[in-house]
Design a protein around this ligand. Structure first.
Ligand code: HC0
Ligand code: SF4
Ligand code: SF4
Length: 616
């Protein structure tokens, strides 16, 4: 260890640490714009400037040397940081007041904190610095999920670091040099023609509003205000444990009742729970798995891959098409709920599908692309109908820009099952706009799609789909309750979690081997091993693109808390632990739906509405 004095206080940090590590160890906060919590720092922004033994140095790029004296806040350091921020501001558009991240922007916060003015004109009658510098006209809105406004980019590189090193997608990179240097998608082309899987992890680390979700909130607000449709909303499992952060509540707060109350206050006519269709997914996908294990004509190959994460589906379609037959034919819970609302619930309520708008609130940007897929429409009819498309790019035809989502559906043959997808962040923004506090008295979901079990909430965590599936498969095949409901082997933040369960099969027993893949970089490892024919063999593989699962989704509130994933994860486990129903097959509304509409899991009608197919 080396010992360093920071603002007069001695701290000791491991050898190899930086001055920034020492400053953090001393519990002192200094500005950083390029650092990602818990990761290597690109060192591009230089705003972590401090005084080390009388010399100005960027703390993140300076090794902590034994006996160093660090002062973080001197008038000279402040002036230096102010100067740096001033140059960035000179290159930044001045439309903060109407920017989507206004009030949530790390750069704006520093500008305010350091009172950084606009740079004065260089000379009378000459263009000012800003006019010479800020010149990226094209705002890339070609992706259904994310958009890029290069003028707002402060060139910190967090997004590039995340796309390359965390997700291992290598879609975002640096292009050109000097004043022209900028970030861009592959070959500096449009997002839609790149291999972007729409995960949005780049968006969630962007300190400004350069990368953002393709916003739907303005259209949804208009829908709620014009009241020309019955507006139904569904909420994903992971939203309830993160929305609180948007409202100023501590990370890890469970805000289910407040979420429902807020949606009702915003004017949604019916508030349903994606947890309901997560339970339904377990019935459909569990049945599919048992079928594949049994084998025989028409049974797909093992391992069965989960299909609820659209980022993962995008990767398979774009880069590993030979493994598509492994994907479960189940639609995701988001799309199952949309299909049921438009094709079963609406007719029962005397409504035509096009009289109803389905909005979902998701922790995910890729869900916007999923909802725009042409086969996810009324009448597209599951595995035999509709035209599957080839991945993220084609989906851009659906919703490229705000406002394109709703009406277009009808022209392209059948209205969409899910018309608009709001991220958790967008819902937070709508609530602030309408002055809806996070402290409303909690309200319950509406019936008949408002009941979800503890198992369904688990979907929000990596390992959760598996844990939910095991509960139901065990109980349905053995006829006995599971002795210990918590399946610890698939919990936590490790990259690939392996486990197995023994289930009765064909009069004997069968070990079902499971892999839970946490983060798309690890999925690539598993697929590369499958391609080579190496690595262990599995029967069931769960993949979630985002680390931690949907709790860490690209549409969740931006956070600088290094423990944010553990906090949200724990909140999900707490909801499950105290839930009155904890296994999907015990969901009474799911049972009722099978009785009155679908018959059995994997029936022809279930296939029509709840299953799909994929294209290479
Ligand atoms: Fe997820 Fe889902 S668990 S993908 O992460 O399966 O977005 O939360 O809504 O659809 O349920 C996201 C979260 C969902 C779906 C569910 C699944
Ligand atoms: Fe990379 Fe994901 Fe961002 Fe696409 S959405 S550029 S894959 S981090
Ligand atoms: Fe979306 Fe969840 Fe998949 Fe991330 S893990 S891409 S949030 S579905």
């Amino acid at each position: 260890a080396v010992s360093v004095t920071v603002n007069g206080r001695r701290v000791s940090v491991p050898r190899g640490s930086t001055i920034l590590d020492a400053v953090e160890a001393a519990k002192i906060q200094i500005p950083t714009l390029c650092k990602l919590p818990g990761r290597y720092t690109p060192g591009t922004c230089r705003v972590c400037m401090v005084d080390v033994n009388g010399v100005h140095k960027a703390a993140c790029c300076t090794p902590a040397v034994e006996g160093s004296f660090v002062t973080t806040d001197t008038p000279a350091v402040r002036e230096y940081v102010r100067g740096l921020l001033g140059l960035l501001r000179a290159n930044h558009p001045e439309d903060c007041m109407t920017c989507d991240v206004n009030g949530r922007c790390e750069f704006q916060t520093l500008i305010t904190r350091y009172q950084v003015p606009m740079l004065p004109k260089v000379k009378a009658n000459s263009p000012d610095y800003r006019e010479q510098s800020s010149h990226f006209a094209a705002h890339d809105v070609t992706s259904p999920a994310i958009s890029l406004d290069r003028d707002k980019c402060i060139k910190c590189g967090r997004c590039v670091e995340t796309c390359q090193d965390v997700q291992k997608m290598n879609v975002l990179g640096w292009f050109a040099r000097g004043r022209e240097r900028h970030i861009g998608f592959m070959l500096d082309s449009d997002a839609a023609v790149s291999a972007c899987i729409s995960c949005g992890q780049c968006v969630s680390v962007c300190p400004v509003g350069a990368l953002s979700e393709s916003t739907h909130w303005r259209s949804v607000l208009e829908l709620l205000e014009t009241k020309h449709k019955v507006v139904v909303v569904q909420t994903a499992p992971a939203v309830r444990v993160a929305l609180g952060e948007e409202l100023g509540l501590p990370p890890g707060t469970v805000a289910t009742g407040q979420l429902v109350a807020a949606l009702k206050a915003l004017g949604f006519d019916h508030v349903f729970d994606t947890d309901f269709s997560a339970d339904l997914t377990i019935m459909e996908e569990g049945t599919e798995l048992l079928g594949r294990i049994k084998g025989g004509a028409g049974a797909g190959p093992l391992p069965l891959f989960t299909s609820c994460c659209p980022g993962w589906v995008n990767l398979l379609e774009q880069e590993y098409p030979e493994f598509i037959p492994h994907l479960s034919s189940c639609k995701s819970p988001q799309q199952m709920l949309g299909a049921i609302v438009k094709e079963i619930w609406a007719p029962r309520a005397g409504l035509k599908p096009e009289d109803v708008a389905v909005v979902s609130v998701m922790p995910c940007t890729a869900k916007k692309g999923e909802a725009a897929r042409p086969e996810m429409r009324v009448g597209a009819g599951g595995p035999h109908g509709g035209a599957p498309h080839g991945g993220g790019a084609a989906a851009a035809e659906g919703v490229a820009e705000e406002g394109a989502a709703g009406e277009e559906g009808a022209e392209e043959g059948g209205s969409r099952h899910v018309d608009y997808v709001l991220t958790t962040r967008e819902l937070g923004r709508m609530m602030r706009l309408k002055g809806i506090p996070g402290t409303l008295p909690p309200q319950p979901y509406d019936s008949p799609m408002g009941v979800g079990t503890g198992a369904a909430v688990l979907f929000g965590n990596s390992g959760g789909v598996t844990e939910a599936a095991v509960r139901t498969l065990y109980e349905l095949t053995t006829g006995k309750p599971m002795p210990h409901l918590e399946f610890e082997a698939v919990r936590g933040l490790q990259g690939i979690k392996e486990a197995s369960v023994v289930l009765p099969s064909d009069g004997g027993e069968r070990e079902v081997r499971i892999a839970v893949v946490n983060g798309i970089a690890n999925a690539r490892k598993l697929l590369d091993a499958m391609r080579k024919g190496t690595g262990p063999k599995f029967d069931f593989v769960e993949v979630m693109t985002c680390i931690g699962g949907c709790i860490g989704g690209g549409g969740q509130p931006k956070s600088r808390d290094a423990d944010i994933l553990s906090k949200r994860m724990q909140a999900v486990y707490d909801i499950d632990a105290s839930a009155p129903l904890r296994a999907s097959h015990n969901n009474p509304e799911v049972t009722e739906l099978y009785k009155t509409a679908l018959g059995q899991p994997n029936s022809a009608r279930a296939h029509e509405l709840l299953h799909t197919r994929y294209a290479a």
